[in-house]
Structures are given as structure tokens and as C-alpha cells.
Design a protein around this ligand. Structure first.
Ligand code: IPM
Ligand code: MG
Length: 374
């Protein structure tokens, strides 16, 4: 183990963000105990919460905390006050976008695997989704999200420019090729090269890089077709590489395969910084009700442990999550009849990390439908 002391910036954010992040902290504390490492948490404001308190969706202090940390753990962003008001000048999402840019988090990695016990939760058929294992690499700090934006003063027209340079494409393309090399050796570039110049630049750039990875088969798919293929036959994919906006859209679509968007983690990686967040949003309707699924945040924490070079801890955490799911210790999104609160699921996972099968929670009782919490 190269290091055993880590500075973690914690940005709980909006909606259910604080609830799910606090379960991740509970789980990290269990990891610290078992794997003899230390996490020092520094909390920062971001998103709607930050706007309400400071007027700024990403206060300088938060940015400083993040830059000084080894990794950032982030909850969720967004609030209906802003969603329902297109006139709002300051928006929570601007905080996250600025943070991604300032930290240079150019690669957003979104793994998608099905949990055997949850296959039937997906609206898609078992035979279509069983065994799906995809890694989506989404470019995160350029494209239409960050190009010039304009709304004319009369409110009659507006535009958002989509721009890419080869320097922005090359690093994430290498990362995706390297990942494909370690896996099933298939890389699918998702684009709209029949219409967009930026997509043609992605294709040419990836084609050039491909010669350095002779074992990897590079394929291309237009994004509209990719959206359809993901649902028709997700098992055809191994690693997907795509630009910012297409990646945003297809990763939400892909979450349907796993049965709940509440399961999917993500890592956003740059040269010097990294941020870990669930792919779900702030789910404001569930705020404070203790019903949010903490698994996506907890699995994002596992990705953080991998990044911090604590692979054993990361594996243990993933095994604990699998145990929770296999034993029916899940939130209401995964079982409407028998379910547990956000914090109960977090405690179960933390407990399993500490005590494995000897844990306080009794699996047999859970299976037959009796809660063991007294
Ligand atoms: C995501 C989210 C963000 C994005 C929003 C909240 C700005 O949808 O991380 O996928 O569009 O990137
Ligand atoms: Mg999104």
C-alpha cells in the first residue's frame, strides 16, 4: 500500500445527495478500520445549497478544498426551484460543470454490470440483459457543454457551440483503448459522423491511435443507432467511447439495463484530480425521506478506493454491496414489498465490511422477511 492517509473532499450537494454521501462516509469509516488507513474529510458547499447560502454554486473555498484533496466524493446536484425557472441566471449545475473544468476531469467512467439477483427488476427481458458488462468513457470537459453560448436579447434565438480539438480527444481515447485492452478488446466510438464535423474529428483521431493498440477492435456507431442497440443487444458492447453530450444521454439510457439508476457509480478522472459521484440526479421528491438508494454512491466510493490504490478495500466494498443486494437488503426502488431505509442499507454494508458473515445483521432472518433491527 503506497499511502495510508487520504484527504477526501466531501460535497454532499442537493436533494438526496447528503443522505447517500453520509452512507458512503459510514462505509469508508468501516474500510478505515479494517484496512488500517485514515480518511480526513473536508466538507464543501456546492449546487443549489451553495447558491442559497452564498449566491455562488461553487464557492472558492469549495474549489480550494477539492484542489487540496486526494479525491472528491460528491452527492448530487439540482433543485426544482431552478429547473422550473429557465430565466434563472445562476444555476446549481454550473457549479458542477465549473468544478469538472477547474479540476481538469476529462474522463468520466461509467461502468455498467447487471446484478444476477436484480435482472428481473429491469423492464428489459432477462435474456437480453443477463451478463451485460460495459464501461462507458464519456469526455467531460468540452463539447457542447462548454462551447460558446448565446441567447439574443429579444429572446428570439440562441445557440450552443460544439467544439473539440484533437488534444481533447487523444487522452480519453488512450484511456478507453487501454481499458479495452484489459477487457474484451472491443472499443465502440459512438458519434454522429454522418452529420457533425466534431464527430468526424473524433473518428480520424481514434483511427490514428488505433494502430498503437493492434489487439483492440475499433468499431463506430452513430449515436441514434447506439441508443437502439444498447436496448436491443447490450451484450455486444465492451468499452464505449463518446463525447460529452452523447455520453450523458446514453449512460442514463444504459442504467435501465441494471434495473435502477440508483445502482450506477461513476469516476471522473483528470491528470491531478479525481471526483466520484453516482450517475443519478438529486431526486428532490425523495429528499429527507430515507428512501434513496445509497448503492450508487457507495459503489462510486469503491471506484475511489481503486483510484487511491486500495484495491482490496475496493473489492471488499463491492462484495459487501453484492451481499446486501443478494440478501434482499435493498431500498424501495428495488423491492416495493420488503425494503429498508437508506441508512439501514448503508449500515448493513458497513457492518459486512467489518464483520463479514459474523455481522450483526442476520442474513437468514432477512431472507424470510424478518428485520433483525431491534
Ligand atoms: C451527469 C448530469 C450532469 C451532466 C448535470 C447535472 C449537469 O446529468 O453527470 O450526467 O449533464 O453532466
Ligand atoms: Mg446525466
Amino acid at each position: 500500500m503506497s499511502n495510508s492517509y487520504f484527504k477526501i473532499a466531501v460535497l454532499p450537494g442537493d436533494g438526496i445527495g447528503p443522505e447517500v454521501v453520509s452512507e458512503s462516509i459510514k462505509v469508508l469509516d468501516a474500510v478505515a478500520e479494517v484496512f488500517q488507513c485514515q480518511f480526513k474529510y473536508s466538507y464543501g458547499l456546492m449546487g443549489a445549497e451553495a447558491i442559497f447560502k452564498t449566491g455562488d454554486p461553487l464557492p472558492d473555498e469549495t474549489l480550494k478544498i477539492c484542489k487540496d484533496s486526494d479525491a472528491v466524493l460528491f452527492g448530487a446536484i439540482g433543485d426544482p426551484v431552478f429547473d422550473n425557472n429557465p430565466e434563472a441566471k445562476v444555476r446549481p449545475e454550473q457549479g458542477l460543470l465549473k468544478l469538472r473544468k477547474e479540476l481538469g476531469l476529462y474522463a468520466n467512467i461509467r461502468p455498467l454490470k447487471t446484478f444476477p439477483s436484480l435482472i428481473d427488476k429491469s423492464p428489459l427481458k432477462r435474456e437480453i440483459i443477463e451478463g451485460t458488462d460495459i464501461q462507458i468513457f464519456r469526455e467531460l470537459v468540452s463539447g457542447i457543454y462548454f462551447g460558446e453560448k448565446f441567447t439574443d436579447p429579444d429572446g428570439k434565438y440562441a445557440y450552443d457551440v460544439c467544439k473539440y480539438s484533437t488534444e481533447e480527444i487523444i487522452p480519453i481515447a488512450h484511456m478507453a483503448f487501454q481499458e479495452a485492452e484489459k477487457r474484451k478488446k472491443k472499443l465502440t466510438l459512438v458519434d454522429k459522423a454522418n452529420v457533425l464535423d466534431t464527430s468526424r474529428l473524433w473518428r480520424k483521431t481514434c483511427q490514428k491511435i488505433a494502430s498503437q493498440y493492434p489487439d483492440v477492435q475499433l468499431e463506430y456507431l452513430f449515436v441514434d443507432n447506439a441508443a437502439m442497440q444498447l436496448i436491443l443487444n447490450p451484450k455486444q458492447f465492451d468499452v464505449i467511447l463518446t463525447e460529452n453530450m452523447f455520453g450523458d444521454i446514453i449512460s442514463d439510457e444504459a442504467s435501465v439495463i441494471g434495473g435502477s439508476i440508483g445502482l450506477l457509480p461513476s469516476a471522473s478522472i483528470g491528470e491531478e484530480n479525481a471526483l466520484f459521484e453516482p450517475i443519478h440526479g438529486s431526486y428532490p421528491q425523495a429528499k429527507g425521506k430515507g428512501i434513496a438508494n445509497p448503492v450508487a454512491s457507495i459503489l462510486s466510493t469503491a471506484m475511489m478506493l481503486d483510484y487511491l490504490e486500495l484495491p482490496e478495500a475496493a473489492d471488499k466494498l463491492r462484495r459487501a454491496v453484492e451481499h446486501a443486494i443478494e440478501n434482499g437488503y435493498v431500498t424501495v426502488d428495488l423491492n416495493t414489498e420488503q425494503h429498508y431505509s437508506t441508512s439501514e442499507v448503508g449500515s448493513f454494508i458497513a457492518d459486512y465490511i467489518k464483520y463479514s458473515e459474523k455481522s450483526y445483521y442476520n442474513f437468514e432472518n432477512i431472507k424470510i422477511g424478518k428485520s433483525t433491527i431491534v
